[in-house]
Design a protein. Structure first.
Length: 77
């Protein structure tokens, strides 16, 4: 497995614990502290990147950002 892209935290935790690159799509919720706030990485999993909604319900911008990052990721491989 080269990369895991997920919105499910159980899959994210498993991939992170295995040391696999994992990109986690997170909803906008300033009270959800599980993945910490105001950061794009995780102190628990060095292979994780966080993609959080900038506003409630705005998945389009998250998907657009993932699409751009995937293109860069594949180009670098």
């Amino acid at each position: 497995m080269d990369l895991v892209v997920t919105i499910d935290t159980s899959v994210a935790n498993l991939a992170g614990a295995m040391g696999k690159p994992v990109w986690i799509l997170l909803p906008f919720d300033p009270h959800d502290w599980r993945w910490l706030l105001d950061r794009e990485d995780s102190p628990w999993y060095p292979t994780a990147r966080l993609f959080r909604q900038p506003a409630s319900g705005d998945w389009a911008s998250v998907i657009f950002r993932i699409k751009k990052e995937l293109a860069s990721w594949f180009a670098g491989r």
